[in-house]
Write a protein that binds this ligand. Structure first.
Ligand code: GDD
Length: 386
């Protein structure tokens, strides 16, 4: 019988986002069919985003979720004591940190007081900038030394994080890339549901889905729309997600004169995303690197979901995002700082119906081959077993 695992994570559904999806997909697989293999310690007893409350979400899970009553789970002494006590009570000898930074700083406490023997910290995009600033770089080094393994999602983040670690911790880094539920995200969904709900008409739809922050490049898509509309007057841009940039983006759409062509759908729960992909002709997130390299895309699960759904994908040339696309075969890597280039690629894909279809098919195959949650979970299980 496999040993029990405690997952400690600030990011967990029902909140939306890449780390949330990653942590959840690992937790439910480690838990096993009866849910006995995992206890999750997560932030946020209250709240929830696209509808469901954490209480309701947690009740639906076959495994135990313990919530700390805070919006952000940090490695404070109090949280470390709580995590160690929980590990000891539940007999969890293994720990996964949903994101290694900063929670991995609790590793010592968990080993000492919680009886924990194996620790794996998952890294995503933000650890890449942690590696660049002196204070956080040192903390990351400690996190690496405290874990049996730090994982990385792709070549870009590995190269960014590795120099901050001790040689021994660097040696123990292992690739653990995200995947896609290819049963949920697949071609051939019904486009009418979302098209009708958002009044998208019959014209081509460009979909983007992300937290609304400048790095994700929704502004470049809005600026691209006048060019796109010059060729395809019925084209619409459908933006899923919410975030601090929302009002600026709305103003930008007005200012650019395309407010009637841009639809802000708001946040959508992860399970409810497939009809949005089904409604689209192309997925685009022209993400760009900001703040002198500190803010870059780690990878981008949305690109993989879009490809699995059979869509051609346009990804910005930021960080690890290009790793999700076979340029010219499953989509294009674009410069997110160049709205004209973005517009041209969109128009190119929309105009070439059969080529776009072929890209979607190639993208789906690529995801099925190399980006699966089952594969990631098996690898994580091996890391936890030692
Ligand atoms: N942002 C957003 N908004 N995401 C949503 C929403 C929504 O309303 N609804 C569902 N999602 C889901 C998407 O379907 C996708 O599964 C995930 O949330 C977004 O993941 P990413 O595209 O990977 O972006 P991120 O910035 O939240 O994730 C970070 O961690 C990822 C996993 O390691 C970044 O560092 C990514 O680059 C990295 O891939």
């Amino acid at each position: 019988m496999p040993e029990r695992t405690l997952m400690v994570t600030n990011d967990f559904p029902p909140r939306e986002g890449g780390i949330e999806v990653f942590a959840y997909e690992m937790a439910r697989r480690l838990a096993g069919p009866d849910g006995a293999g995992v206890t999750v310690l997560a932030s946020g007893r209250r709240g929830g985003t696209a509808g469901e409350s954490p209480e309701r979400f947690d009740r639906r899970q076959p495994f135990e979720v313990v919530r700390v009553d805070t919006g952000m789970l940090l490695p404070t002494p109090k949280v470390a004591r709580r995590a160690a006590a929980l590990a000891a009570e539940r007999g969890c000898t293994r720990v996964v940190f949903g994101a290694a930074a900063p929670l991995g700083l609790m590793a010592g406490r968990l080993r000492r007081d919680g009886g924990v023997r194996r620790i794996v910290g998952l890294t995503h995009g933000h650890e890449a900038w942690w590696a660049r600033l002196p204070g956080t770089r040192q903390a990351l080094r400690r996190i690496g030394d405290g874990a049996d393994h730090l994982t990385y999602i792709g070549g870009y983040t590995r190269d960014a994080i590795a120099p901050a670690l001790s040689p021994a911790a660097r040696e123990r880094m292992v690739r653990l890339a995200p995947g896609v539920d290819t049963g949920l995200f697949r071609p051939g969904g019904d486009p009418s549901q979302v098209r009708e709900r958002h009044g998208l008409g019959e014209g081509p739809v460009v979909l983007s889905a992300s937290r609304l922050v400048p790095r994700k490049g929704v502004d470049a898509l809005i600026q691209a729309m006048p060019w796109v509309r010059a060729r395809f007057p019925e084209a619409r841009l459908l933006v899923v997600g919410d975030g601090p940039d929302r009002d600026r983006l709305r103003r930008l759409a007005e200012w650019t004169g395309v407010e009637d062509a841009v639809v802000f759908a708001g946040p959508v729960a992860h399970d409810s995303m497939p009809p949005y992909y089904a409604a689209a002709d192309v997925f685009a997130m022209p993400c760009r690197t900001r703040r002198r390299g500190f803010e870059a895309e780690g990878l981008g699960i949305v690109f993989l979901e879009a490809a699995a759904s059979g869509l051609p994908v346009l990804a910005g040339s930021s960080g690890g995002a290009p790793e999700t696309v076979a340029h010219g075969r499953t989509g294009y890597v674009v410069d997110g700082g160049d709205a004209k280039e973005v517009a041209e690629r969109i128009a190119q894909v929309v105009a070439a119906d059969s080529a776009a279809k072929a890209m979607g098919e190639a993208g789906r195959k690529r995801v099925e081959r190399a980006w699966t949650w089952d594969g990631a979970a098996e690898r994580l299980e091996r890391l936890l077993t030692g």
